[in-house]
Ligand binder design. Structure first.
Ligand code: GUN
Length: 296
């Protein structure tokens, strides 16, 4: 079987163009300019890169970008006070606090403090509850799993009734991915570190979403022939004598000829996350102002 490479970069470019067109129409019509504020605490190098790229992508799409880069020693009370200010700031439609936070700050308390209407990460209990209780239309949906769903819709002939296996039960990817696939009428299995015989569970899957953060964890012979594979992993592995290399959670080369379609790393899920974040910001801006949502 020839395995199709799912081009997330191209799909994200299309979504970004749709978001930019909708943002331009909002500015020209009702005069709304959506605003996104990213908050970074500390100096984690990967988080600095992510926050920088989110800001640049926002500006390119016609979304106003605000950033707060706070020192590692910022207290939880100071961070909560900033969130209170951003909740009250009418220019800000989306608030994103980059995770992970330093150990002395409780991430759940911070997420709980964000106005759910501005929670463009979709991590607040109100948005999580709406997603799981079937009210996806009114939820803000977490960006990475929503990006995976858009790629799956393009790549997979039928989601209804399909056996979907999600590897990893994080609040950021695994759990919301399971909720989205359930809403598409898949039969969903959520696999985690305590699951027994993971290869056997995977061999039943028509759809695999891997989000465990372990380099090439999923081997080729675990994949059912004809399955669609979405690889959320971004793992940096050292190469002796060479530059570090990015690999996913799936052994990409081994999946060739077995999977019907697979996302590469990089260039698969990664670019979709930022595009979905800007889409959420646009949606939040419209909902907060009682304006009809653009169909992006
Ligand atoms: N860290 C890793 N992924 C994410 C994400 O989607 N949102 C935020 N805020 N932090 C992250």
């Amino acid at each position: 079987m020839l395995t199709k490479r799912i081009d997330g970069k191209a799909r994200a470019k299309r979504l970004l163009a749709d978001v930019a067109a909708a943002a331009a129409a909002l500015k020209a019509g009702p005069g709304i300019v959506p605003g996104l504020c990213a908050v970074l605490v500390g100096s984690d190098p990967a988080s600095q890169v992510y926050v920088g790229s989110k800001g640049k992508a926002a500006v390119a799409a016609g979304i106003q970008s605000f950033q707060h880069r706070l020192s590692e020693t910022t207290s939880e009370a100071e961070l909560l006070a900033l969130i209170g200010k951003l909740n009250a700031d009418d220019r800000v439609d989306g608030i994103l606090v980059q995770l992970p936070l330093p150990k002395h700050i409780d991430p759940q308390r911070v997420i709980d403090a964000i106005d759910p209407a501005k929670d463009v990460d979709g991590f607040h209990a109100e948005n999580v509850g709406r997603l799981w209780s079937g009210g996806r239309a009114r939820a803000l949906v977490p960006c990475t799993p929503y990006g995976c769903l858009l790629l799956l819709r393009d790549a997979s002939p039928a989601l209804a009734g399909a056996e979907a296996v999600v590897l990893g039960r994080s609040n950021i990817v695994g759990k919301p991915m399971a909720a989205l696939l359930l809403a598409e009428n898949c039969t969903v299995t959520l696999v985690h570190s305590k699951s027994r015989d993971i290869p056997a569970i995977l061999r039943r899957a028509d759809i695999v979403v891997a989000a465990v953060g372990r380099p090439e964890f999923v081997r080729g012979n675990w994949i059912r022939p004809g399955a669609t594979v979405i690889d959320v992993g971004i793992n940096r592995v050292e190469i002796s004598g060479g530059k570090p290399k990015l690999v996913g959670d799936v052994a990409y080369a081994e999946a060739q000829g077995i999977a019907a379609a697979i996302t590469p790393v990089p260039g698969g899920v990664g670019p979709m996350t930022i595009a979905c974040l800007l889409r959420n910001t646009l949606i939040a801006a419209c909902r907060r102002r009682g304006h009809a949502e653009p169909a992006v």
